[in-house]
Write a new protein. Structure first.
Length: 179
C-alpha cells in the first residue's frame, strides 16, 4: 500500500531499527517500522526525518507494518534551518503525536498541518513574523482539535497538558524564545 505522510517522530528500536510516526493524508496517524534505517548505508534515513512530507510504501506484517521504500516530497528546509521555526514546528508535531489518535483520518487536520508547515517555512526569520505565526498556531490549534473557542497561553497550556497527561516541552520553549 502506498501513502503520503508527514513524519511526526521517530523512536529507536534495537540497534538499527526505528518506529516512524506519520500523519498521513488518507489513514490518519500511523506507526510504522523502518528496518535498518540507522545503518550508515541506509538509503531511507534522510527521507524519514521529522517534518518531511514523504511518499512511502507499506508492507503489512504480524506486528507493525514495515516501510518498504520512502521518498521525501518536501523537506521543509526553511523550518529546519532556524531554531525558532523548529520550535514552532515541533509544537505542531508534538500536538499531533500526543493528541491525535492512530488510524483516525481527518482531512481538515491534514490540510491544516500542511498549511501551517508551509506558512512557517515561508515566513521571514524576524522575531515579529515568527511571533505572528506562533500566535496563529496557538489560536487555531484548539479549534482544529474540536474546541469551539480560542484560548490564551495559560488555557492552551492547561488544555494540552491535561489532554496528553504531560507538559508540552515545546510550548514552554517557544514562549521563552518569543519573549
Amino acid at each position: 500500500m502506498r501513502a503520503q505522510g508527514i513524519v511526526i517522530k521517530r523512536i529507536d528500536v534495537g540497534e538499527y531499527n526505528q518506529i516512524i510516526h506519520f500523519y498521513t493524508e488518507h489513514q490518519g496517524k500511523l506507526a510504522i517500522l523502518a528496518k535498518s534505517v540507522k545503518k550508515h548505508s541506509s538509503l531511507q534515513a534522510a527521507h524519514l526525518e521529522p517534518f518531511n512530507l514523504v511518499d512511502f510504501r507499506i508492507i503489512t506484517s504480524a506486528n507493525l507494518p514495515i516501510i518498504a521504500s520512502a521518498q521525501s516530497l518536501e523537506n521543509f528546509l526553511g523550518i529546519k534551518s532556524n531554531l525558532t521555526k523548529q520550535a514552532l514546528g515541533f509544537l505542531l508535531l508534538e500536538c499531533f503525536d500526543r493528541l491525535v489518535y492512530e488510524n483516525e483520518y481527518d482531512p481538515s487536520l491534514w490540510e491544516w498541518l500542511l498549511r501551517r508547515l508551509h506558512r512557517l517555512e515561508q515566513c521571514s526569520n524576524t522575531v515579529t513574523d515568527l511571533a505572528v505565526v506562533g500566535e496563529e498556531i496557538k489560536s487555531e490549534l484548539p479549534v482544529v482539535l474540536g474546541y469551539n473557542r480560542q484560548l490564551n497561553d495559560q488555557e492552551l497550556e492547561f488544555l494540552l497538558s491535561s489532554l496528553s497527561a504531560r507538559r508540552f516541552a515545546s510550548l514552554q520553549f517557544i514562549q521563552s524564545m518569543l519573549e
